[in-house]
Design a protein around this ligand. Structure first.
Ligand code: ZN
Ligand code: ZN
Length: 266
């Protein structure tokens, strides 16, 4: 199979030189997806090479993604990235695993065994895994671990949402999905260069603004709207400017209105 893919890739390159249209099949290069976080930032932000984006979400039984959170992610991305042929999400249930405490190597092995959507000649593919467990160490709730790959730890999300005084699962998942995606877009200073100094040097690849989506933690507490009006964190102006300078859309938005109560690393 691998051999077939390689041969086909070579054939496409040869055909591409003659500018002949290639419509009958698409080339797949799995090695594209094994690079470090941020390596595909510009490909994600611009339409130079890829005019559309396909997000494959695989979830272990019982941990299906929150539909509204996924919709919030695509709305968010629509404002940031140039994908004139659209952003599509496909979801698929996969078998749960027995040992639910995962290392990063475990996560990569699960992706390698299950991922089905890969970048081809005109469409960029991103993989998001929802596991039935937790990360082996610390309080990590989500992790963008390669250029087009991120994991959300489903049990940690359930344990920390939809409870009295906590965020809804929709809200928490929205924040995690958006935050991890922004790592793949190259924030902060991992594939998308900073236009001004705003990196949190104690927690690499994060923004030092506690009110920014790219701060290294997110709060889990939900305050009654009567007491304090709260809004979802999004990118501050410095992070947005970085994305714009690396080819992102010019009309990104931002708002800041979060209190400094934080618990969970992203
Ligand atoms: Zn920021
Ligand atoms: Zn992060």
């Amino acid at each position: 199979m691998l051999q077939r893919c390689l041969i086909f890739t070579l054939l496409l390159i040869a055909v591409g030189c003659k500018r002949a249209p290639v419509t009958y099949e698409r080339a797949v290069n799995k090695n594209f997806h094994t690079r470090k976080v941020g390596a595909s930032a510009r490909d994600l932000l611009t339409a130079q090479h890829y005019q559309s984006l396909k997000i494959e979400i695989q979830y272990m039984t019982g941990y299906a993604p929150d539909e509204q959170a996924v919709a919030n992610l695509t709305t968010f991305l629509d404002e940031l990235v140039h994908k004139p042929k659209g952003i599509q999400v496909v979801t698929k249930e996969i078998r749960p695993i027995e040992d639910t405490v995962l290392t990063l190597d475990n996560v990569i092995a699960i992706e390698n065994a299950n991922r089905e959507v890969y970048t081809d000649t005109s469409e960029l593919a991103v993989y998001v895994l929802y596991t039935n467990g937790t990360f082996e160490k610390g309080t990590l709730i989500g992790y963008a671990y390669r250029n087009t790959s991120a994991v959300l730890f489903g049990k940690t999300i359930r344990d920390n949402s939809d409870k009295w005084g906590r965020l809804t699962r929709t809200e928490l998942e929205t924040r995690i999905l958006q935050h991890e995606f922004c790592h793949m877009l190259g924030l902060t200073n991992v594939g998308t260069p900073m236009t001004a100094e705003h990196m949190d040097h104690d927690h690499g690849k994060h923004c030092k603004n506690k009110h920014c989506l790219m701060y290294y933690k997110t709060e889990l507490i939900n305050y009654p709207a009567m007491i304090l009006k709260k809004e979802r964190p999004t990118l501050d102006e410095e992070c947005l400017e970085d994305l714009r300078a690396n080819g992102g859309k010019k009309n990104g938005y931002y708002c800041v209105s979060l209190k400094d109560i934080v618990e969970q690393q992203l």
